[in-house]
Structures are given as structure tokens and as C-alpha cells.
Ligand binder design. Structure first.
Ligand SMILES: Cc1cc2nc3c(=O)[nH]c(=O)nc-3n(C[C@H](O)[C@H](O)[C@H](O)COP(=O)(O)OP(=O)(O)OC[C@H]3O[C@@H](n4cnc5c(N)ncnc54)[C@H](O)[C@@H]3O)c2cc1C
Length: 442
């Protein structure tokens, strides 16, 4: 993610610098002074912010065609989130630079101030509106950023507030289109800006029209609801004919209640070709707590998906593997194991570590044992905190063969992922390839 965002920012900066240093750039000949620096800082921070905001907007449309280059929809969400956060940061910087004129006037006077682009009366009027819109959008974005980073703010309300983002984006697109220097439009930076405006505006209209994910949305009926263990609800749905099937390890957005909206859950069953899918849902928050009493067999459900690339690793390349499931992060592994029941010869050599609070009361231990029994190449180890057992990076390091690269497939709490990644990185990062399905979107 860091590499992608850095490359994206570098491209934007390059286009901006090209304009700056090209012979036709109006600002190139101006001698350097505080006003010139302010002007350049204003355009650069504005460009960075708008480009990142456009990227965030496009990624918000859940573009399944980008799953392969990004490595899955969870990664796309992660880039969306960080692009949005950075965009707001640069927007705040842009606003501060804009406000710096009084300071410059006091310290250096008006000398050296760059002449403004002048257009027709209509253009000037539009620019005034664009400035007002930009200022309003920045205040709204900053408020949104605070609510996003304040994890205690209820997700359900945050999600509704987040729906205002396409409106804010369109206001920013208007701001960028009318306030970009006029000579941009004959330069590569202008072409880039036009592409960003078009792509981001299209994405905003899709979002406002409720068309995101529409092609992957199907209806269905809840067939059964049960509680296999404390705090876990199992929901099996039978989907309508439009369902395209899924690969083991993928997830879908399920809407059991229109007002509540869609929640992402891994499909914890293999594709049996009968359009039946099962979710194992842990009570992790406001909505999922008490879900078993709210969802009933026979009610309708809407499912959007499948998404994700946490795919069962099979084939000749899939040799030395470690699968790690933490708590409800076991769901993709349940789907993998179920899929392997019909093709046991494809099961790779793997150690499956299932980390739980208490193995005696856990709802999935018995099921995992039964699923692993016919698959001798899979070695299941249950790590129970109640018995003072811990999974450490050192334990994983000891099991690897010298010279071999171990593929680590992880789904579970972020804290456990961070500590394992850190530990493995210290030992020898090159010997491990870490694949993680992120359960957190905000
Ligand atoms: C790819 C993926 C697969 C998942 N698979 C499973 C699974 O198999 N089983 C399981 O129990 N949980 C799974 N989760 C987590 C599950 O989506 C959240 O626990 C659930 O949505 C929490 O809802 P809540 O209202 O009860 O919690 P809240 O307390 O309201 O929210 C807690 C956190 O859950 C996330 N969340 C809540 N609502 C949504 C939403 N509508 N869209 C996106 N994120 C949301 C946010 O990060 C939020 O901060 C998965 C999440 C992702 C991203």
C-alpha cells in the first residue's frame, strides 16, 4: 500500500514539476520570493489533495477488476482509507497556505505578488463560487476525519455520515476545475487533472445513484439461523439465480436489514454449486451482538459479492505453508477445508494454527478436527489462551526448512498479526511471505 501511494504521489508531483519547469509555464520565469513559494505550495498541496481524494472516490466503488493488482478488496479498502486520510491532511495544508497571505504581507509586503489569472466575468463568478465551495468542503472533510479516527464513534452513524462524501467530492472537483491555473490545461498536469475529475465524478455519481456493487448484488432467503457457540451466529442463505458462485476464502456484503445496511462477512462454506452460503458471525459490535434474535429463517437477504483474494493456495508452488486463524478469523479456513473435502489430493502441506480463548468452549475446534481428519497433509494445532498457550514467531521460525520460503496465511486480530509479522521480520523476513485478510475497514 505504501509503495502504491508513494508512486501515485510521485506521478502527481512529476506532472506538477513538468509544468513548473517547462518553458511555457507562466510561473517559471518569476523570481523566487515568499509569494512565489506560496503560489507553488498552494497548487501542489491542492493537487495532492485532489488526486488522493479522486483515488479514494474511485476505490470506494469496489472495483473488482482492481482486486488482482491490489491483492484483494480488503487492500483496496485500506488504500481507500489512507488515500482519504492523506487527502484531508493535504487539504488542511492547502487551506493553511491559502490563509498565509496576511502573514506574508506583514513580513515581506506586497512586493513580488504574482498576478492572478483573469478570465471573463462568468469565469470570475465561477471562481468565487469554487472558492466558497472549497472552503466549506474542507471544514466538512476535517469533521469527517475526526469522526473516522475517533474509533469510539458508532460505526452505524459514521457510515451514514460517510455518504456525504460524493457530494463533497463533487464540490472539490468544481473547486479544482475552476481554480487550477489556466496554463495547466495545455500541459500534462491538466490532462491528469481532467482524468481525475472525470473518474472521481463518475464514481461519485455511481455512489449517489446507489449503483456501487449493483452488478454483484443478488437477493435470497435465510434458510437457517443457529448459535454454534456463545457469541457466534451461523446464518445459511439460499441465493437467487444471479449468484455467480465463490472461491473458498472470499467474502460478501450481507444485508439482513435494509436500514442497517450491508456488513462484510467471509463465506465460511465451500461453493457446492447450489447457491447456498453460510456465514459465521461473531458478536463484535452493535449490530452483530444479538444478531441471532434479529435474523430469522425465511426472511429475505441481499448479498453483494463475492470479493477477495484470500484464495486457497493449491498447486505445485503451494508447498511450505502455515495457516493461522485467530478467533472468528477461522472463517476463510473453514471454507478452504470444506472445499478440500471433495479434492483431498489437492491439500497442500500445511500447519494450521487455530488460536482461541478457550478450546473447551470454542464452537469451531470439533469442526476443524473433523475437517482435517481426512487431510493428512494438514496438521492442526489449537492454541488455547485458557491453557496459557501462545503462538509466537519463534515457534513458526523453528518449523521452517532452511532455504525454503514459507507462505503464511493469516486471518485474525490485528494485534496478533502485528506481533507475528514483527517477530518473523526480525528473524528473517525473506523466509516468510505474509498474506493477511483484514477484517477491519474503518
Ligand atoms: C473482509 C471482511 C470479512 C469479514 N468476515 C467476518 C466473518 O466471517 N465473521 C465475522 O464475525 N466478522 C467478519 N468481519 C467483521 C465484520 O464485518 C464486523 O465485525 C461487523 O461488520 C461488525 O458490525 P457491528 O455493527 O456489530 O460492529 P460495530 O461496533 O458497529 O463496528 C465495529 C467495526 O466493524 C467494522 N464494520 C461494522 N460495520 C461495517 C460495515 N457495514 N462495513 C464494513 N465494516 C463494518 C468497522 O471496522 C467497525 O469499526 C469481516 C470483515 C471484513 C472487512
Amino acid at each position: 500500500m505504501k509503495r502504491f501511494l508513494t508512486a501515485f504521489m510521485a506521478l502527481i508531483t512529476l506532472a506538477w514539476a513538468w509544468q513548473l519547469f517547462s518553458a511555457t509555464g507562466a510561473m517559471a520565469p518569476a523570481p523566487a520570493n515568499a509569494w512565489v513559494v506560496r503560489e507553488h505550495a498552494l497548487t501542489l498541496t491542492g493537487l495532492w489533495s485532489f488526486a488522493l481524494m479522486s483515488l479514494a472516490m474511485v476505490l470506494a466503488t469496489r472495483p473488482a477488476w482492481l482486486e488482482r493488482p491490489f491483492g484483494g478488496m480488503d487492500r483496496i479498502f485500506s488504500v481507500h482509507k489512507w488515500a482519504g486520510i492523506l487527502a484531508i491532511g493535504f487539504a488542511a495544508l492547502h487551506w493553511l497556505v491559502e490563509m498565509s497571505d496576511d502573514v506574508i504581507k506583514t513580513l515581506w509586503g506586497r512586493e513580488g505578488r504574482l498576478p492572478k489569472d483573469h478570465g471573463s466575468g462568468v469565469l470570475e463568478a465561477m471562481r468565487d463560487v469554487a472558492e466558497e465551495l472549497g472552503e466549506f468542503a474542507i471544514y466538512a472533510l476535517l469533521a469527517m476525519l475526526v469522526l473516522t479516527l475517533w474509533k469510539r464513534f458508532p460505526f452505524g452513524i459514521w457510515r451514514y455520515l460517510h455518504k456525504v462524501m460524493p457530494f463533497l467530492y463533487l464540490a472539490l472537483a468544481f473547486h479544482a476545475a475552476f481554480l487550477a491555473p489556466l496554463d495547466y490545461w495545455t500541459q500534462p498536469v491538466g490532462l491528469m487533472l481532467a482524468v481525475l475529475i472525470a473518474a472521481g465524478s463518475f464514481a461519485s455519481v455511481l455512489a449517489l445513484a446507489g449503483r456501487i456493487g449493483q452488478g454483484r448484488r443478488v437477493g435470497g432467503v435465510v434458510e437457517s439461523v443457529c448459535e454454534p457457540g456463545a457469541g457466534v451466529t451461523e446464518v445459511t442463505c439460499r441465493l437467487d439465480a444471479g449468484w455467480r458462485g465463490h472461491r473458498p476464502g472470499q467474502f460478501a456484503f450481507a444485508t439482513f436489514d435494509r436500514f442497517e445496511g450491508a456488513h462484510p462477512f467471509t463465506i465460511a462454506s465451500a461453493d457446492r454449486g447450489d447457491r447456498r452460503i453460510t456465514f459465521e458471525i461473531k458478536a463484535l459490535g452493535d449490530y452483530t451482538r444479538g444478531l441471532a434474535h434479529r435474523v430469522q429463517a425465511g426472511q429475505s437477504v441481499q448479498v453483494e459479492g463475492p470479493y477477495g483474494r484470500f484464495n486457497l493456495p493449491t498447486g505445485p508452488g503451494a508447498r511450505d505453508q502455515v495457516w493461522i486463524a485467530g478467533g472468528i478469523g477461522v472463517t476463510p479456513f473453514l471454507a478452504w477445508l470444506e472445499a478440500l473435502q471433495t479434492t483431498p489430493d489437492q491439500a497442500p502441506e500445511a500447519d494450521l494454527y487455530y488460536c482461541v480463548r478457550d478450546r473447551d468452549s470454542d464452537p469451531f475446534v470439533a469442526r476443524l478436527e473433523a475437517l482435517c481428519a481426512p487431510l493428512p497433509s494438514l496438521r492442526l494445532q489449537v492454541i488455547s489462551s485458557a491453557r496459557n498457550e501462545r503462538l509466537s514467531a519463534a515457534a513458526l521460525g523453528n518449523r521452517t526448512r532452511a532455504g525454503a520460503v514459507t507462505e503464511v496465511w493469516f486471518c485474525g486480530p490485528q494485534g496478533l498479526a502485528d506481533s507475528l509479522r514483527k517477530g518473523l521480520g526480525k528473524m528473517a523476513a525473506a523466509r516468510f511471505r505474509f498474506h493477511q485478510e483484514a477484517f477491519e475497514m474503518r
